[in-house]
Design a protein around this ligand. Structure first.
Ligand SMILES: [Zn+2]
Length: 408
């Protein structure tokens, strides 16, 4: 039953998912066995490459549709897709070089989520400029081919699709290529980059470029409010201040960062510096803004042995502070305006809200239990989630199951 419009206190802005690799939804839960006592991000990456090698446009469409339906049911109404699975597994372009990107666009349109497609420029296997390995070959583009892809995709932009630019990382994009691509972008195009996720990456950057990754990027690119730095886990004080001063957004992916053993972002210092931030589900071992936000706060509590870390005297509710943080980065990181046609309706009848007051709705939503508390999700002219269920949940799941048989 639809809740009347006077129940505005149960209505919240839709949440932006600032970082997604859709294909990785297919490997969630499949990298949790110890292979080597020294397992790390780098051994996880090998497992990820094995499954990445099996995708084609049809299986990517099936997996992305399942993922996007899950996102909508969880309250994500727009997603930034950091897309690098460009070519056929042997590295040769498909007849249509945008075939894999198109699979993501179709999945978004089928499910009703807004998509910010970020084709990834991925050119080198390390800071020393070494060529891509056999497993990385399907990710590679030269600058000319990349800009051509961006242009062809931009022609398709509409109310449900934005196209931005992703630089995979400093280790995968040589400096000259970075400068050429950035110079060719339209004004205010969102630019995303993985940065300072791993200590090894910080050390390599120091050795090869004489500066830490964030330090180097701020000195060599016109980083501003249109930029989203993904992870930015390992920062020194001057880098925290530098990101905040430029107004760039940091995309935090707490469940993935925990799953991969990356480390903890210095959230408290970044908030004190007035830094802008958002969340992403990245590898999709969790597809829940509630869990991302909860662990963003909990990681800091465990580290500092204090409570209510992201709250401030002017914003004492942790839940409200978290939701305000994600709302403030929603437009610039995705390239979509902040329209009032994208919202979530919480379920006022949920037992977690018994006796709720305006002051504690957000805290109950984020911190009370694990039952989904959304009744309805609206995106543009569409209501893809009603009574907590995506309208095509069963058909999408059936196609996903079939695709998984071919992928595993
Ligand atoms: Zn990523």
């Amino acid at each position: 039953m639809a809740v009347q419009s006077h129940d505005a206190r149960w209505r919240r802005p839709g949440i932006a998912n600032l970082h997604s690799h859709a294909f990785q939804r297919a490997m969630a839960g499949l990298a949790e066995r110890q292979g080597d006592p020294a397992d790390s991000f780098w051994t996880w990456r090998e497992a990820m490459y094995r499954i990445a090698a099996r995708f084609d446009p049809d299986s990517l469409h099936a997996v992305a549709a399942q993922l996007y339906a899950e996102m909508l049911e969880a309250g994500y109404t727009r997603v930034c897709e950091f897309h690098y699975l460009h070519h056929a597994p042997d590295g040769r372009p498909y007849a249509d070089p945008a075939a894999m990107a198109d699979a993501l666009v179709r999945a978004a349109r089928d499910t009703g989520i807004r998509l910010t497609l970020l084709p990834v420029l991925y050119m080198a296997g390390g800071f020393d400029g070494r060529p891509l390995s056999a497993r990385q070959r399907r990710f590679g583009f030269d600058v000319e081919g990349y800009l051509h892809l961006l242009e062809s995709l931009r022609a398709r932009q509409d109310d449900m699709l934005r196209v931005g630019c992703a630089l995979h990382s400093l280790r995968a994009v040589p400096e000259a290529a970075m400068r050429e691509v950035l110079a060719a972008l339209p004004e205010h195009a969102p630019v995303h980059i993985h940065i300072a996720e791993q200590v090894g990456e910080v050390q390599d950057c120091l050795a090869m470029r004489g500066a830490r990754p964030v330090e180097w990027l701020l000195a060599n690119a016109d980083v501003g409010r249109d930029w989203t730095l993904v992870h930015a886990t390992h920062l020194e004080e001057h880098e925290i201040a530098g990101i905040a001063r430029r107004g760039a957004v940091v995309a935090l992916c707490p469940t993935t960062e925990a799953n991969l053993g990356d480390g903890l972002f210095p959230m408290r210092d970044f908030i004190v510096a007035n830094g802008r931030w958002g969340i992403g589900s990245d590898s999709h071992i969790s597809v829940s803004p509630v869990e991302e936000l909860r662990w963003l706060e909990y990681g800091q509590r465990l580290l500092s042995r204090h409570r209510n870390i992201v709250a401030t005297p002017s914003s004492p509710s942790v839940g409200e502070s978290l939701l305000r943080g994600v709302a403030e980065s929603r437009a610039s990181s995705t390239g979509f305006d902040d329209g009032d046609d994208e919202w979530l309706l919480l379920d006022p009848d949920a037992v977690q809200f018994a006796g709720a007051t305006d002051a504690d709705i957000a805290d109950r939503w984020i911190f009370a239990g694990n039952r989904p508390l959304l009744r309805e999700v609206r995106v543009g002219a569409d209501t893809p989630v009603v009574d907590g269920r995506h309208r095509d949940r069963d058909a999408i799941a059936a196609r996903y199951r079939e695709a998984m048989i071919g992928l595993l």
